[in-house]
Design a protein around this ligand. Structure first.
Ligand code: BV8
Ligand code: ZN
Length: 252
């Protein structure tokens, strides 16, 4: 596991305005499959058949089968030390924003308060007719499909390829990338836009960008620091080092 540099720790001590962008890699140690790596969803399935509006229109049963399976996985597993460390980091920083591409809700379950979900949440459903939103399990299921009281089908409360992102979450993400002194980019392959544009924006605004990933990504050559290894090990170690330094204000 690569250790954070003394430069990073000294800078953090001086100005702890921090943003974090997370991806599927942070939940991998909880037991949730990632998308693109070894064992990832897209190794065995095609995104076009499961995660697009066209796929849902063509075969809603198949799409719901996949999302119900993912709901089961989210329920069977739990946040790991990486999620918990980010919740702790929030309490140590002057300003803190957590931007996630994940749909599992594990950051909130770990205790993070200021979370912006760029790609929605798999434990929510939204009516494709009237737009009504409900929690998983509150739908009225018939022949493998969930119906709203208006008669239209519910869809999973996530953002599919080709769809726009929720406006507030996206706005929060851009504001955080533009204004934070640090951006930690954790467990994402950095290939899905617009999320993948956030680190570049932060770099252009002079932020110190730290990537935490067990493999190099397209971001790696541009990041100020690349901490190669597992998020569930690196993040708790980083938070412990910051706590050791003392002097960082606890905003709670
Ligand atoms: C949009 C659904 C505006 C939710 C997901 C060309 C053609 C068509 C479209 C495009 C195109 N070029 C660009 C686009 C736009 C497209 C896009 O970016 N495509 C890319 C792939 C080319 N983007 C969109 O369509 C977005 N919307 O742009 O709107 C618009 C609208 C209309 C018309 C024009 C413009 C919407 C994107 C939303 C996609 N939704 N899924 C779900 O079911 O979950 S995508 C999927 O990828 C996931 O949701 C996930 O959130 C996202 C990102 O993946 P990662 O989180 O990075 O996961 P990945 O597996 O890739 O990587 C894991 C990483 O973790 C690896 O690097 C690995 O090394 C690391 N790791 C593993 N274990 C660990 C670890 N690291 C540390 N510790 C560990 N233990
Ligand atoms: Zn409805």
């Amino acid at each position: 596991m690569k250790r954070p540099s003394s430069n990073l720790l000294a800078l953090l001590r001086a100005d702890a305005s921090v943003a974090v962008l997370t991806g599927a890699g942070i939940s991998a140690e909880s037991g949730l499959p990632t998308f693109r790596g070894a064992g990832g969803w897209w190794k065995n399935y095609r995104a076009e058949n499961l995660a697009t509006p066209e796929a849902f229109q063509k075969n809603p049963r198949l799409v719901w089968e996949w999302y119900n399976h993912r709901r089961d996985l989210v329920g069977q597993h739990a946040p790991n030390p990486g999620h918990l460390a980010l919740a702790q980091l929030e309490s140590l920083c002057k300003t803190f924003a957590l931007i996630t591409q994940n749909v599992d809700g594990y950051h909130q379950r770990a205790g993070s308060a200021n979370v912006s979900e760029l790609h929605g949440n798999v434990m929510k459903s939204r009516c494709s007719g009237c737009g009504h939103e409900c929690e998983a399990g509150m739908e009225n299921w018939k022949d493998g499909l969930p119906y709203c009281s208006c008669g239209a089908l519910y869809r999973p409360g996530v953002v599919w390829f080709g769809e726009t992102l929720p406006a507030t979450a996206l706005q929060n993400a851009f504001v955080a990338a533009e204004n934070s002194r640090f951006l930690f980019v954790v467990g994402t392959s950095s290939v899905v836009y617009p999320a993948a544009a956030l680190p570049q924006l932060a770099l252009e605004r002079g932020a110190y960008v730290v990537e935490i990933n067990d493999e190099a990504t397209p971001l790696t050559p541009r990041a100020d620091e690349f901490l190669q290894g597992r998020a569930g090990e690196i993040l708790p170690a980083l938070v412990a080092l910051i706590q050791l330094q003392e002097g960082l204000p606890d905003k709670r």
